[in-house]
Design a protein around this ligand. Structure first.
Ligand code: FES
Length: 282
């Protein structure tokens, strides 16, 4: 059966990792691209970044956090169950080259999206330094995988339970200072928009080219609905087909943050209704 869940594992902090059997996606997917999942015939489509694709096994690996109705519903699927649709690969792949020294900054489930980019940047000969963060130690994902895919991996947690007590941006400032003489050639950032905005503000001052992967609101993922519009250098772009990656120094993050919050009330309502009907267990 198509889109069957092959494995499922619960990670810390309401994060889940699942492998989905979808050979045609696994065969073509490149770092930076994403898929849209439609869980059943009544659910919305949700964009999901992919941790890794296994073309031989025909599976893709996804990590998601339960934050609303759809992700709660998905968390209740078990190995052997099938998701109605898995559409992809979507979006433009990450531009990969031998840039030199690269810093990859990520937080929350954005780390899942960052991992394949860290791996390939390392494979093509970049000197890759990663900075990953979470609210607390138990919510930190893929620490070992990121550590083994780059030269140095720094950790920050908001509560100080692991690594630096503070934000990834605090670590970023330290790392930039340390390499100010030998230089940093590029920064990649993936995570909450407020975090990416803060990263962009720091790197803009230092004139380090920075790429951000935007988690815009998406309905169809194919450029038809316009819901994922973002403003880059004053121009409207569609994150699903023009992105999801853009020059972070040109992104209007305030507009992105405000558009994401527009749907918060409806999201919360749908989440509460689903929990009332189906129970609140995660
Ligand atoms: Fe509809 Fe991008 S998600 S246009």
């Amino acid at each position: 059966m198509a889109n069957r869940i092959a494995t499922k594992k619960q990670l810390g902090g309401n994060n889940f990792m699942i492998d989905i059997e979808t050979p045609s996606v696994a065969d073509r997917l490149k770092p930076g691209q994403f898929v849209m999942l439609m869980i059943d015939d009544k659910s919305e489509r949700i964009p999901m970044t992919v941790v890794e694709a296994d073309p031989n096994g025909g599976t893709i690996k996804i990590i998601f956090q339960v934050v609303g109705k759809s992700t709660l519903q998905l968390s209740r699927f078990e190995p052997g169950d099938s998701i109605m649709e898995c559409i992809g690969p979507l979006g433009r792949p990450t531009e990969i080259a031998r840039f030199g020294r690269v810093i990859c900054v990520s937080g929350g489930t954005g780390i899942a999206c960052l991992l394949p980019i860290v791996r390939i940047l390392n494979e093509v000969g970049n000197d890759v330094i990663s900075i990953i963060g979470a609210r607390t130690c138990s919510m930190l994902i893929l620490e070992n995988e990121i550590t083994s895919a780059c030269r140095e991996n720094y950790i920050a947690t908001d509560d100080g339970s692991k690594g630096k007590h503070g934000f990834v941006t605090d670590v970023l400032k330290d790392v930039i200072e340390r390499y100010q003489n030998s230089g940093i050639d590029r920064v990649f950032t993936i995570g909450p928009p407020a975090m990416m905005k803060a990263v962009a503000e720091i790197t803009k001052i230092c004139a380090i080219k920075t790429i951000a992967s935007l988690n815009a609101v998406m309905l169809d993922g194919t450029g038809m609905c316009g819901s994922c519009r973002v403003f880059v250098n004053g121009e409207m772009k569609l994150a699903c087909i023009d992105g999801p990656e853009f020059d972070a120094h040109q992104v209007n993050f305030d507009d992105l943050i405000s558009r994401l919050s527009m749907f918060q009330q409806k999201e919360t309502h749908a989440y509460q209704c689903f929990k009332e009907r189906k129970g609140s267990r995660i």
